[in-house]
Ligand binder design. Structure first.
Ligand code: ADP
Ligand code: ASP
Ligand code: MG
Length: 416
């Protein structure tokens, strides 16, 4: 029997890792648990992992479009639902998946227990709708694992330090899984989804995109931040900070997927660029009559993550995902502002570009040949992002994918 009491996350991770070998965290996304047959298939997969001798913790998302449906319902009843109540509502979807899957596991002759985020000991701050995990009190999970049960944890949610139910932001089940993997000292965190891994571009847009064998944390952070929604951004940050290796793979096959881990020379040998990502819509704001310090303080107080910022003279242009909150913060500030949503963003990402000039040149000449004019450009050491008209985004993605030859076998980094 375990002797662990409620422990903070770093303590659990460092002290217990050695004795918790053989723990696997397996996360299944919405499509992967989309109907009863798929839930049964997940149950079989979890049982197989258990029969192979692992201590199995599963994190499940809500079935199919359940979360979208619940959000829609909330807005049907109220134009501005209270954040606390919205979290109470939308956290329900994950509970449905976990309890149903536990039933299916019982029918396969194994023990299982479903837990809400709160029951699993996932403690968050009080920021409803985008709460951050501050602690994992894993005692109950350990006890269930010691009792040879498969543990199913409802993704995307926790309980706040004020004892309210919180959610972690859209796509947040990824973060639940990574945080649990860190707290339980799991060997790896497996993210099962509806594509075969992380691709050189969204495989739903670029038919000849290649599955990447390995991607560094830094690259994956940039990819997630610039639109590759296959992993929630915060889950990648968490994985990097706690050294959790991620394996993104298909729910529907046994094939190996993509490993997200520390950068390795071999990753860069074969291909400079790891991928082309995009966001179909960007909310771009133009503000005048306020200092940058005042503006960004007000946005920070509103809990808004600002993305690209360009300042020319008295005018500040920036992009932010949280439309309603940003509008409200600017209203409160009482400044002159306007917004446009006719732009999207296309980005080229690759750790190799740090040491190889010419990537920007190729990106701009490719866009020029396609007759696409970037309106705003944002860069980091391993990313170049161009804001382009929304209607041109997909053409730009395909054009850049071709220009950087990401359809070639080398792009997959099979040996990295
Ligand atoms: P889940 O429900 O399993 O969490 P998501 O819908 O959140 O799945 O993420 C998977 C989707 O991410 C894929 O269906 C794919 O369309 C999209 N996607 C965007 N960019 C990429 C990329 N570079 N590689 C893989 N998938 C991507
Ligand atoms: N169900 C939640 C969402 O749709 C969380 C997740 O799937 O990761 O955003
Ligand atoms: Mg997701």
């Amino acid at each position: 029997m375990t002797t662990i009491e409620y422990e903070s996350l770093p303590a659990v991770a460092s002290e217990e890792t050695a004795t918790r070998a053989g723990t696997v965290v397996m996360k299944f996304g919405g499509t992967s648990v989309g109907d009863v047959e798929r839930l049964k298939a997940v149950a079989r997969r979890l049982v197989a992992a258990r029969e192979a001798g692992n201590r199995v913790v599963a994190v499940l998302s809500a079935m199919g479009d359940t979360t979208d449906e619940l959000v829609r319902l909330a807005h049907e009843i109220s134009p501005r639902p209270k954040a606390r109540e919205l979290d109470m509502l939308i956290s329900v979807g994950e509970r449905i998946s976990c309890s149903l899957c536990a039933m299916a596991i019982h029918d396969l002759g194994h023990e299982a227990i479903s837990l809400t985020g709160s029951q699993a000991g996932i403690v968050t701050d009080t920021a409803h709708g985008k709460a951050k995990i501050v602690d994992i009190r894993a005692r109950r999970i350990h006890e269930a694992l010691d009792a040879e049960r498969i543990v199913l944890v409802a993704g995307f949610q926790g309980v706040s330090t004020d004892f309210d139910i919180t959610t972690l932001g859209r796509g947040g089940s990824d973060t639940t899984a990574v945080a649990l993997a860190a707290a339980l000292g799991a060997e790896a965190c497996e993210i099962y989804t509806d594509v075969d891994g992380v691709f050189t571009a969204d495989p739903r847009i670029v038919e000849n995109a290649r599955k990447l064998h390995a991607v560094s944390y830094g690259e994956m952070l940039e990819m997630a931040a610039s639109g590759a929604r296959v992993l929630q951004l915060r889950s990648v940050e968490f994985a990097r900070n706690h050294d959790v290796k991620l394996h993104v793979r298909s729910s529907f096959s046994e094939a190996a997927g993509t490993w997200i881990r520390e950068e390795d020379e071999r990753m860069l040998e074969k291909a400079l660029i790891s991928g082309v990502t995009h966001k179909s819509v960007e909310n771009v704001y133009r503000v005048e009559g306020v200092s940058a310090a005042q503006l960004f303080r007000a946005l920070a107080e509103g809990g808004i993550n600002v993305d690209t910022v360009v300042q020319t003279g008295p005018e500040i242009v920036f992009s932010a995902d949280e439309r309603a909150e940003t509008d409200a913060a600017l209203e409160r500030l009482g400044v002159e502002w306007s917004t446009r949503d006719d732009l999207g963003q296309v980005s080229v990402i690759g750790a190799g570009m740090r040491s190889h000039p010419g990537v920007a040149a190729k990106m701009f000449s490719t866009l020029e040949e396609l007759g696409i004019e970037p309106e705003i450009v944002s860069t980091s050491p391993i990313k170049i992002g161009c804001f382009v008209p929304r209607d041109d985004v997909e053409r730009a993605v395909q054009g850049l994918h071709d220009a950087f030859e990401l359809d070639r076998p080398e792009a997959a980094r099979t040996h990295g």
